[in-house]
Ligand binder design. Structure first.
Ligand code: FES
Ligand SMILES: [Fe+2]
Length: 376
């Protein structure tokens, strides 16, 4: 499962021009062709465990409700009343009994989306309760998260989402050992990043910056100080420093390794990007999952979850030293993205910048963005 890192070629490659990070029209096209067309990871399923519980999330330019039915089934709907278009829920999350009731004229929708009640509805027998029900959104559950897709005909979940993880780890069984769906939320931290979402993705995908801005991380993962991005080599996990007992801010011991992981995966860190906007970090005793929501061309919301064995969370064990390591990494990364965003609108970056050899895989991401935007 491990690889020797090959030497990259020595040339420089061009980046995307600055306008890709500043142009509101390009951003709207990305919302349409990326975030409204692909599978997006939006919520933990245990946030909406109880019947009638809901979470409101932003997907592309749409507000979406993820709702647990009384039948236990998790569904998603556009958060728009079919009467005259009011938002049904403005709270971020909540709990209803049997219906989602629009606060404007009191149309009520069942947790399966069907229109079930409205003032004078009995006197309007021609109203079709399904046709006038909430607009459903495709939903899949994986790794303990709800993933939604706004497309009428979604792309293959197995291909785009599961396939991205398999492609990176090199083996479909590699993710299964972590049993991510069984893990419990130890900590969630939200970040509001004043940078275009692509700067956040690019930063996560490369490690040229690691030696400069991540002292705690490179202490635990010394190979990161060489600038090689672990995730550009199939199956490669960065090995812990000999002196590191665990993936913690001071290299002290963490928790016992998750029971299903392969011996090869012990004392290693794996990073996976699931396009468009999920970062998965796997270490022996926990998993860190980041989800990004582009909020504007120059603003990105990030939710970062630290997931541990349920016994660790149930026992109230102290997770702060492992949280602190990646929280610092996040703060360091997002500060770098925010430092870069103003440069995107400078004339100095009108034609873009350059990728050094250890960043060459970012060119594939740029090609992918251009492809999604229909630029070939
Ligand atoms: S807009 Fe919702 S009931 Fe009228
Ligand atoms: Fe980083």
């Amino acid at each position: 499962m491990t690889t020797t890192l090959p030497a990259p070629s020595s040339s420089l490659l061009p980046t995307l021009p600055g306008r890709y990070y500043t142009d509101p029209e390009l951003f709207a096209r990305e919302q349409e062709r990326v975030f409204e067309a692909m599978w997006c990871c939006v919520a933990r399923t245990d946030e909406v465990a109880a019947p009638g519980s809901f979470r409101r999330v932003q997907v592309g330019r749409e507000s979406v409700l993820v709702v647990r039915g009384r039948d236990g089934v998790l569904r998603a709907f556009l958060n728009v009343c079919r009467h005259r278009g009011a938002q049904l829920c403005t709270e971020e999350s909540g709990q209803v009994h049997r219906t989602l009731r629009c606060p404007y004229h009191a149309w009520s929708f069942g947790l399966d989306g069907a229109l079930v009640a409205a003032p004078n509805l009995a006197r309007m027998p021609d109203v079709d309760r399904v046709a006038n029900g909430l607009v459903p959104v495709h939903l899949r559950e994986w790794l303990g998260y709800a993933w939604v897709c706004l497309a009428d005909a979604p792309p293959s979940f197995e291909g785009d989402v599961v396939g991205a993880v398999t492609e990176r780890l090199g083996d479909p069984a590699a993710i299964e050992g972590y049993d991510v769906g069984r893990l419990a939320l130890g900590r969630r931290i939200r970040y509001d990043v004043a940078a275009n979402w692509k700067l956040v993705v690019e930063n996560f995908m490369e490690c040229y910056h690691c030696a400069t801005i991540h002292p705690e991380l490179t202490d635990v993962l010394p190979e990161f100080s060489r600038g090689y991005a672990a995730q550009s080599y199939v199956g490669h996990g960065a090995e812990f420093a000999v002196s590191a007992e665990g993936f913690t801010v001071d290299g002290g011991a963490g928790f016992p390794a998750l029971p299903g992981i392969d011996p090869d995966q012990d004392r290693r860190y794996y990073a996976v990007t699931v396009k468009p906007a999920v970062f998965l970090n796997l270490v022996p005793d926990h998993v860190i999952l980041l989800r990004m929501t582009p909020l504007a061309v120059d603003r990105t919301g990030v939710e970062c979850d630290w997931l541990y064995a349920p016994e660790v969370v149930a026992a109230g064990l102290d997770v702060s030293r492992s949280v602190e390591l990646f929280h610092r990494v996040n703060q360091q990364d997002f500060a770098a993205c925010e430092r870069t965003q103003p440069g995107m609108s400078s004339r100095a970056y009108a034609a873009g910048g350059v990728l050094v050899p250890v960043e060459h895989h970012l060119a594939l991401f740029h090609d992918w963005v251009r492809g999604r935007l229909g630029e070939g």
